[in-house]
Design a protein around this ligand. Structure first.
Ligand SMILES: Nc1ncnc2c1ncn2[C@@H]1O[C@H](COP(=O)(O)OP(=O)(O)OP(=O)(O)O)[C@@H](O)[C@H]1O
Ligand SMILES: [Mg+2]
Length: 308
């Protein structure tokens, strides 16, 4: 396996957002640019703490809980019909946890991630992300600040701009915010792409990349700002086993060493042992949860998988 660079310097890493794309559709370049622009605009009065998952606003007391959902419902309106995607999900995630979300297709996994990522609003229920309570009155500025400073999002659809190279795609959120000099942005994007093993594909356009490589570009884009919570919707769905290992290795270290909280939707049962907890969803509900034995967690899980 190629070397994975993990020396992430706090002082040079950017703050950026992952945009507010729908995870369900592959967006056109224009749509994608519009959404990225909308969600990366800097906001006033909502600056985050520089470390920990401290709340962005008038803070409730410090807590180890970074995600709290109480009785969350989500019903999509399709014509005159309501499609119930989430039917009363309650879930608490502590800082530094790595939660894997498994479940049947259509079970509500992406809907759940979109609500945690504040790119969709619940129909009913209570939600708090990094100490910020979110309800119908929460302003767009507050949500944008959360996405900008706290959340990283790897979408089920890639959402890369086809007219930009891999490096430009990773740079884009920083560019839209006017963060850093052009040389710094280039350096940061290059580092992020190196971390996912794409240092040799910096100047390739999405159409010149395999599906798995495109997926790794989106992972680099999500990690470039060192999010406190990484929300990943099947991040290895298009990767072969070597690249799945590479990405899992990187996430494992970020989780173990930097306490980055990870909430990851996956269908791959082999990934369970990278995680600390598994949540199974069915028909819009949490069907059951399972704690992973710390002694069985990666890197032992990886070795076992390779041998098996
Ligand atoms: N925008 C939408 N409008 C209407 N219905 C939707 C919308 N998005 C999702 N749904 C429906 O909500 C339910 C849950 O969808 P969701 O995408 O959350 O499932 P999922 O668990 O992520 O599935 P998969 O494993 O196939 O990705 C499904 O029945 C789906 O058809
Ligand atoms: Mg999904």
């Amino acid at each position: 396996m190629d070397h994975i660079e993990l020396n992430i310097r706090d002082d040079v890493l950017p703050t950026m957002t992952k945009g507010s794309q729908s995870a369900d559709t592959r967006l056109t370049a224009t749509e994608n640019r519009t959404r990225l622009t909308a969600s990366t605009s800097r906001t006033s009065g909502a600056e985050p703490a520089s470390h920990g998952c401290a709340p962005s606003h008038d803070a409730p007391p410090a807590s180890n809980t970074v995600v709290e959902l109480k009785n969350i419902h989500k019903t999509y309106l399709l014509g005159v019909e309501g499609v119930p995607a989430l039917r009363g999900v309650s879930l608490t995630v502590a800082k530094g946890e790595w939660v894997a979300v498994y479940g049947t297709s259509g079970g509500g996994k992406t809907s759940l991630l979109n609500i945690i990522g504040t790119i969709d609003k619940p129909t009913k229920g209570e939600l708090s992300i990094c100490g910020t309570a979110i309800d119908a009155n929460t302003t767009d500025d507050t949500l944008a600040a959360l996405r900008l400073h706290k959340l990283g999002f790897v979408f089920q659809a890639f959402n890369l701009l086809s007219s930009m190279t891999a490096r430009e795609n990773v740079e884009l959120p920083m560019t839209l915010q006017g963060l850093h000099s052009a040389a710094q942005r280039r350096d940061l994007a290059t580092r992020a792409l190196n971390r996912v093993g794409l240092g040799h594909r910096l100047d390739h356009f999405p159409a010149q990349l395999s599906g798995g490589e495109q997926q790794r570009v989106t992972i680099a884009r999500a990690l470039a700002n060192q999010p406190e919570i990484l929300l990943a919707d099947e991040p290895t769905g298009d990767l072969d086993s070597a690249n799945t290992d590479r990405v899992m290795d990187l996430l494992y270290r970020l989780n173990a060493e930097q306490k980055m909280t990870v909430i990851m939707v996956t269908h791959d049962p082999a990934l369970k042992h990278f995680c600390s907890r598994v949540v199974y969803m069915r028909d819009g509900r949490v069907a059951r949860q399972e704690t992973v034995d710390p002694a069985a967690r990666a890197p032992r899980a990886r070795r076992t998988r390779r041998q098996g």
